[in-house]
Design a protein. Structure first.
Length: 256
């Protein structure tokens, strides 16, 4: 897609939040292209001739983004015109159009071996940013610090609701923290497994045996975490009254 068409698409589909996010420095070429020039230079072992060509792609990407932001500002921050779609879907479409076009430009700089390594880097980045909901603290794409803070706040609310004191409070809090840690480890293992599979799928030379091994590893780890979580839930239920257990079920901490 040519530069003018990309700018027009970004302006037509974007919304004020899109411009504010990039204007605030939260979104840049590195987010779309899999890393900074320096990071890709190191990870892909770029030559001296390749580095300035890659820098040109990054500069062009940033320029397109800035042009779109300025155009939105000139319109008073209003995007999503006729046929543009607007809203979240419009913002996502704009990102994807720019991302795909500029990633193709990066690949044009690379040789075959570097392209495979780049596609594997992108596969990992896309998996880690996509997230996957569910569990005690969730498997979302938010930062680990935010998830840990949410888990701690959730445990604090549960303990306040249960009204335990002394040794009972210490034991139950310890079990809730153990459950949260097991879910955290499970989420990390799940993400790492998805990354491994995504990289294998990118590599056309990967075998079915390699894919089967990666899937088996994910299933084995999931089974182990399920067993550990089941045991922690059993101990927790034994420490609670029926009313306290029902309280935790209502909060979504216990499933049944």
């Amino acid at each position: 897609m040519k530069r003018f068409a990309l700018v027009v698409l970004l302006v037509a589909l974007a919304v004020p939040a899109f411009a504010q996010g990039m204007g605030g420095g939260m979104i840049g070429p590195d987010r779309l292209l899999g890393g900074t020039v320096e990071e890709l230079t190191e990870k892909l072992a770029l030559t001296e001739e390749q580095v300035p060509k890659l820098q040109e792609v990054f500069d062009e990407t940033e320029s397109i983004m800035m042009e779109a932001i300025q155009a939105l500002r000139d319109q008073g921050g209003q995007g999503g015109g006729q046929g543009g779609g607007g809203g979240f879907s419009g913002m996502r479409a704009a990102f994807e159009a720019l991302r795909d076009d500029q990633r193709h430009a990066v690949r044009a700089v690379l040789d075959e071996k570097q392209t495979l390594a780049y596609d594997q880097l992108l596969a990992e980045a896309d998996v880690r940013s996509s997230g996957f909901g569910g569990g005690f603290g969730g498997r979302g794409g938010r930062g680990s610090q935010n998830r840990e803070e949410e888990q701690k706040a959730r445990i604090d609310r549960a303990m306040k609701s249960l009204g335990l004191t002394g040794e009972d409070e210490t034991m139950v809090r310890g079990l809730l923290e153990k459950m949260a840690e097991i879910e955290k480890q499970r989420a990390e293992a799940w993400t790492n497994g998805r990354v491994a599979i995504a990289k294998l799928l990118v590599d056309k030379a990967s075998t079915d045996e390699a894919l089967d091994a990666a899937l088996d590893e994910m299933r084995s780890q999931a089974k182990e975490f399920d067993g550990n979580q089941k045991e922690a839930r059993k101990l927790l239920k034994e420490a609670l009254t029926s009313r306290q257990e029902a309280d935790l079920v209502s909060q979504g901490i216990l499933d049944k």
